[in-house]
Design a protein around this ligand. Structure first.
Ligand SMILES: Nc1ncnc2c1ncn2[C@@H]1O[C@H](COP(=O)(O)OP(=O)(O)OP(=O)(O)O)[C@@H](O)[C@H]1O
Ligand SMILES: [Mg+2]
Length: 333
């Protein structure tokens, strides 16, 4: 299969900015990745690292002040940035779907769950009202909502948080998208429901063959389900690799810090260490590596020059000068 066919989505050199009263905020600053059909990509990083803005750029649902200023977003080889509103609306309904960080963002409190789901199906297919209703009930059943016939008559506020999240997933899957973007789909839920929802998404992925982009700030939660993980910091990808590589061989100082700050079952006695300092101010980005002001091992070059991505293993890349230093030292040795 050619590269082009294999990748359902290819994000190339993506730059997204917000033009605010205080100046330009470059929330996404040169992001590259490919997503293959049916695969799962994880995007992790702390609050404000640009995860949601990357997702919204792909969906083309940025706030009015936001704009993709550079780069390409290829869906099956076509740059969606060249598309008109009509084509984008069709794309959002039929090809790509998003589960928002907060389910209340996309559920309208003034309409019943059923009404919203039926309208969504009818907008993107030529199903009749009855067929759309049957589809809504089918999807609610699939995501484990009990008594779906009764649920569709309820308003979002009448459902528990876990139920709302399930409704959101059902809604986003109604039109069987090729790509599902899940933006922190389980943050607001307790751990047992969290596990159920993730399992459910994997089941549905097998059934429907869709690709998933899992966005989260919690590396531990998604690791087992991702084929590849991108670690973001300050609007850039600082490290990428398989879950095993990221967990057992982290090569960027930020990823190492991230791993030290979460509990691990293989070493429960180890003390958790939070990453020192505060997240960067996007309006005042450092000249060199964005993580440099918080990095305990920073070199002189980190202050002034942004590191490129370096191959640190098979399918494993990191943008950290430390790796280059090690490389030079090993060559000299
Ligand atoms: N509408 C906006 N106007 C101005 N700046 C924005 C806007 N939306 C996002 N940003 C900025 O873009 C940066 C990235 O935000 P984003 O929402 O992508 O973070 P995130 O990684 O999803 O964080 P979280 O884990 O908190 O959801 C932040 O610095 C944020 O302040
Ligand atoms: Mg977010």
């Amino acid at each position: 299969m050619s590269e082009e066919n294999k990748n359902i989505l290819s994000v190339q050199n993506l730059h997204t900015s917000f033009f605010t009263d205080n100046g330009e905020v470059t929330a996404v600053n040169g992001v590259n990745f490919n997503l293959e059909k049916g695969k799962t990509l994880g995007i992790v990083g702390e609050s404000g690292s640009g995860k949601s803005v990357t997702a919204y750029s792909i969906m083309q649902i940025l706030a009015q002040t936001g704009k993709v200023t550079e780069g390409k977003i290829l869906y099956n080889g076509e740059n969606i940035l060249d598309w008109n509103d009509k084509k984008l609306q069709k794309f959002r309904g039929e090809n790509v779907s998003i589960i928002f960080q907060d389910p209340m963002t996309s559920l309208n409190p003034t309409f019943t769950v059923g009404y919203q789901m039926i309208e969504a199906v009818r907008l993107h297919t030529n199903k009749t009202k009855e067929e759309a209703k049957a589809r809504a009930i089918e999807m609610l059943t699939l995501v484990g909502v009990n008594e779906p016939e009764a649920r569709i008559k309820q308003y979002p506020h009448e459902l528990s948080g876990g139920m709302r999240q399930r409704v959101m997933i059902a809604m986003s899957l109604c039109c069987e998208p090729d790509i599902l973007i899940a933006d922190e789909p389980t943050t607001a839920l307790d751990v047992t429901i969290q596990a159920q929802i993730l399992e459910l998404m994997q089941d549905l992925q097998k059934k429907l063959g869709m690709a998933i982009i899992m966005v989260t700030h919690d590396l531990g939660v998604i690791a087992s389900m991702c084929d590849e993980i991108l670690v973001m910091y300050g609007g850039r990808i600082c490290e990428r690799g398989t879950a095993d590589e990221i967990f057992y061989n982290p090569c960027h100082e930020y990823t190492k810090g991230l791993l030290r700050s979460i509990p691990r079952v293989d070493n429960m006695n180890e003390k958790l260490v939070p990453i020192g300092g505060t997240p960067i101010n996007m309006l005042n980005m450092p000249e060199g590596c964005a993580f440099c002001p918080r990095c305990a091992n920073a070199l002189k070059i980190c202050l002034t020059e942004k590191p490129e991505e370096y191959q640190v293993g098979e399918d494993h890349l990191a943008s950290c000068w430390m790796n280059v230093k090690e490389l030079i030292e090993s060559e000299e040795a």
